[in-house]
Design a protein. Structure first.
Length: 266
């Protein structure tokens, strides 16, 4: 059994404290490549990043794939709600030109394709479950199903996270063995109650709303805290010194420079 294939919350927290790297690439390496594409993951790897965070939602035919927005408009040449398109339709869209002419032809990757790349690059994953509104449960079900069928047996489970409490509740019920993190974008007074209810191992907080008090309380309790999206080196150092486990960033090189040293390329 993998060290993280445990249902015990304290064990999951211990595993995360030991293994979550100080720097996680946001949507791959979103400053340098089109977000949530395989090119972005490869760029993160080139920069020495060991884990990436990506956003995963469902196509009309219920295939988990990578995309941040509900709509296709900002990051592809498609239009309208992504959940209305089949994976066959999504897979021919251009997800690179909006970012740079040289990225033309980048595709929207399936979760299965991402898993294969991560395995090849020996990288870890924070998988954000990003359901289109109303599809929290089915999105979680499909993602967990793909992970159980395709995630390499020799690798520890990815860290799942979500803003959606419904998705996290479903993940608790069907994937208690996979570590899960609660995403918070606004201050939440009863975050300990929410973690407890959802049996979440970690807290993932917008660094603009995190307080020193929250960071020290969580750290004392042994709860890993991941901060997003931090692209400023001195802010990253401040947060890591205050007890944060990890910085989720669009610009991993900036954060590596600030914290002194890059992770070795494998
Ligand atoms: O998981 C951290 C971060 O990605 C959450 O916000 O909107 O960038 O997905 P967002
Ligand atoms: Mg995200």
């Amino acid at each position: 059994m993998d060290s993280v294939a445990t249902e015990n919350l304290d064990d999951q927290r211990f595993y995360l404290r030991q293994n979550v790297p100080a720097v996680i690439g946001h949507r791959g390496a979103a400053r340098y490549a089109p977000e949530n594409t395989l090119a972005s993951v490869r760029k993160a790897h080139e920069l020495g990043v060991q884990w990436v965070e990506v956003d995963v939602k469902l196509s009309a035919d219920r295939i988990p794939f990578l995309l941040h927005d509900t709509k296709l408009d900002r990051t592809t040449d498609g239009r309208g709600r992504a959940s209305r398109r089949t994976m066959e339709e999504l897979s021919v869209m251009d997800a690179g030109s909006w970012f740079a002419a040289a990225s033309r032809g980048e595709r929207l990757p399936t979760l299965v394709a991402l898993i294969a790349l991560l395995d090849r690059l020996d990288m870890g994953l924070n998988l954000e479950i990003k359901p289109t509104p109303g599809s929290d449960r089915e999105t979680t079900d499909a993602i967990v199903d793909v992970l159980r069928r395709h995630w390499p047996e020799h690798r520890p489970w990815p860290l799942l996270s979500s803003f959606s409490l419904a998705a996290l509740a479903r993940a608790r019920d069907i994937a208690i063995d996979m570590p899960r993190g609660l995403l918070i974008d606004e201050f939440m007074r009863d975050w300990p109650g929410a973690l407890d209810e959802l049996q979440c191992a970690s807290l993932h907080i917008n660094h603009k709303v995190v307080t020193p008090d929250l960071l020290s309380t969580a750290t004392e309790e042994g709860i890993p805290v991941l901060l997003y999206t931090v692209n400023d080196g001195s802010r990253a150092v401040e947060l890591l010194q205050a007890g944060a486990s990890s910085i989720i960033t669009d610009a991993p090189d900036v954060i590596f420079d600030a914290i002194g040293g890059t992770a070795p390329l494998r």
